[in-house]
Design a protein around this ligand. Structure first.
Ligand code: AMP
Length: 421
C-alpha cells in the first residue's frame, strides 16, 4: 500500500494487547501498593542533560539510542529512554522531598530508544518500574526485587531466573577497574572496535559486551564480587539474607553490570528462558546512590527496577484476563431508536458494557453486526416490543430467546448470563 507506514520499531496495539498491558500495569500497581508504593507520572520528554548526566555519556543508551531534538525555544529535549533519572528529578522538584524517607514510587509509561528493532525490542516500548528514594538500607534492594517477583507470579509468568550481582562503589571500584584493564590491555588489538572504545572510556562497560571476539577474554575476566570493599560486602550479604527471608531464589552473576552508568552495589535482572540473547531480560534494576548528585542535587540514595511491559505481557497467561460479556442493544424499527438509547445508557450507568445500534440499517445487517461483535447477548426493540413494554433478548451462544419486561432488563440479563457483570 502506498499510504504512510508507522515508524520502524513502533507498533499499533489492538484491543486485546492494550487490555493485556493495562492489566499487567494494574496488577503491578496493586502489588506495589501492598508494599507502600505510590504511583507518579513524569513528562515523556525531559532536558537532554538529565540523561546525559544521569544515565552517563559512555552508555549505549546515551551514545546511540536517544531521540533528541531542539524545540522552538532552542532547548535540547529528549524523549525519555528510562524512568529513574526523571523520578529523582521529580523528587527534588516536588513536595516529595519533604515526605518521610524513604519515598516509595511506582510508574508506568512509554520509553523511547533508537534500538535495533526485533522480537520484544521496540523503539517505543513501555516500562513498569518502582524507585525507593532517600535510604541506603540493603534490605530495600531485596524489597524491590520481592515486589517485582510477586508481580510476575501474580501474572502467571513462570520460567524466570533472578540474576544478582554487586558492582561495588566509589571505594572499591577503582581497584576493580584497574584489574579489568590489566586483564584486557595486553589483548587490546584483538578486541572489536566497540569494546576497545569501551575499555578506554569506561572499562566496566565491556562486561555487558555482546560483540563477537570478546567472549573468551570476558569468560576469564576478574569478578566484581572479588573486589568488594567491606562496606559493599556487608551490604551485599544483607541483600542475600533478606532475599532468603523473602524465599526468592537467585543466581549470582558476577558479569551483570547493567547498561546504565548510575548503578552502585546491587544490580539485578530477571531473565526468562523463552527470551533469547540480548532480549532475554524481563527487567533490570539496582542501587543508584550517586545518581542524585550526578544530576546536581543533594544526595538521595535510591534503588529500583524497570520491567519491559511488552516482554512481560508476551509471557503472562493471566495478563489478558477474562473478557467481560458485552450486550448489543439494537432498534428493529426507527420508532424504537430513542428507547434503545435510553436503555443502553441506563445499563452503562450501572457499569455494564453495551454496544448500541439505534440507526437505520436493516435488522438483518444489525444482527450480523451483533454476532460479529462477540457480544454474549442481543437485545432487540421494535414496534411490537414498544407497544408491549418489553424487549426481546437473544443469547448468541445457543440462540435461546426470551421476551422480558423492558423495565426489568438488567435483572433479566443477569438471569440469562449468570456471570454477566
Ligand atoms: P533498562 O532500562 O535498559 O534496564 O531495561 C529494563 C527493561 O526494559 C529490560 O529488561 C527490557 O524488558 C525493557 N526494554 C529495554 N529496552 C527495550 C526495548 N528497546 N524494547 C522493549 N523493551 C525494552
Amino acid at each position: 500500500m502506498a499510504g504512510i507506514s508507522r515508524p520502524r520499531g513502533t507498533d499499533d496495539l489492538l484491543p486485546a494487547r492494550v487490555a493485556a498491558r493495562e492489566r499487567a500495569v494494574a496488577v503491578g500497581m496493586e502489588v506495589a501498593g501492598r508494599y507502600g508504593y505510590q504511583r507518579i507520572e513524569t513528562p515523556v520528554f525531559e532536558a537532554t542533560e538529565l540523561f546525559v548526566r544521569g544515565v552517563g555519556d559512555t552508555t549505549d543508551v546515551v551514545n546511540r539510542e536517544m531521540y533528541t531534538f531542539t524545540d522552538r525555544g532552542g532547548r535540547s529535549l529528549t524523549l525519555r529512554p528510562e524512568g529513574t533519572a526523571p523520578a529523582v528529578r521529580a523528587f527534588w522538584e516536588s513536595d516529595l522531598r519533604q515526605a518521610p524517607l524513604p519515598v516509595r514510587l511506582a510508574y508506568a509509561g512509554p520509553m523511547f530508544r533508537y534500538d535495533r528493532p526485533g522480537r520484544g525490542r521496540y523503539r517505543q516500548f513501555n516500562q513498569f518500574g518502582v524507585e525507593v528514594l532517600g535510604d541506603t538500607e540493603p534490605e530495600l534492594d531485596a524489597e524491590v526485587i520481592a515486589l517485582a517477583w510477586r508481580w510476575l507470579a501474580a501474572l502467571g509468568v513462570a520460567g524466570t531466573s533472578l540474576q544478582l550481582n554487586s558492582i561495588g562503589d566509589g571505594e572499591c571500584r577503582p581497584a576493580y577497574r584497574a584489574a579489568l584493564l590489566d586483564h584486557f590491555e595486553p589483548h587490546l588489538a584483538q578486541l572489536p572496535e566497540l569494546d576497545q572504545a569501551r575499555l578506554r572510556r569506561n572499562p566496566l562497560r565491556i562486561l555487558d559486551s555482546k560483540e563477537l571476539g570478546s567472549e573468551e577474554l570476558l569468560a576469564t575476566a576478574p569478578r566484581t564480587t572479588d573486589f568488594l570493599c567491606s562496606g559493599c560486602r556487608e551490604a551485599f550479604d544483607r541483600v542475600l539474607q533478606a532475599l532468603q527471608a523473602y524465599r526468592i531464589p537467585f543466581a549470582l552473576n558476577p558479569r551483570l553490570v547493567r547498561g546504565l552508568d548510575y548503578y552502585v552495589r546491587t544490580t539485578f535482572e530477571v531473565w526468562h528462558e523463552d527470551l533469547r540473547g540480548a532480549q532475554n531480560s524481563l527487567f533490570g534494576g539496582g542501587r543508584y546512590d550517586g545518581l542524585s548528585e550526578l544530576l546536581g542535587y543533594p544526595a538521595a540514595p535510591g534503588v529500583g527496577f524497570a520491567a519491559g511491559l511488552e516482554r512481560v505481557v508476551l509471557l503472562a497467561p493471566e495478563a489478558a484476563g477474562p473478557q467481560p460479556p458485552v450486550v448489543f442493544l439494537l432498534a428493529a424499527q426507527p420508532a424504537a431508536a430513542a428507547t434503545v438509547i435510553v436503555l443502553a445508557e441506563r445499563l452503562r450507568e450501572r457499569g455494564h458494557e453495551v454496544i448500541c445500534d439505534p440507526g437505520r440499517r436493516s435488522l438483518k445487517a444489525k444482527m450480523r453486526g451483533a454476532e460479529r461483535s462477540g457480544a454474549a447477548l442481543v437485545v432487540i426493540l421494535g414496534d411490537a416490543e414498544l407497544a408491549a413494554g418489553t424487549a426481546t433478548v437473544r443469547r448468541l451462544g445457543d440462540g435461546h430467546q426470551a421476551e422480558v419486561a423492558a423495565d426489568d432488563l438488567e435483572q433479566q440479563l443477569q438471569v440469562l448470563v449468570p456471570n454477566w457483570n
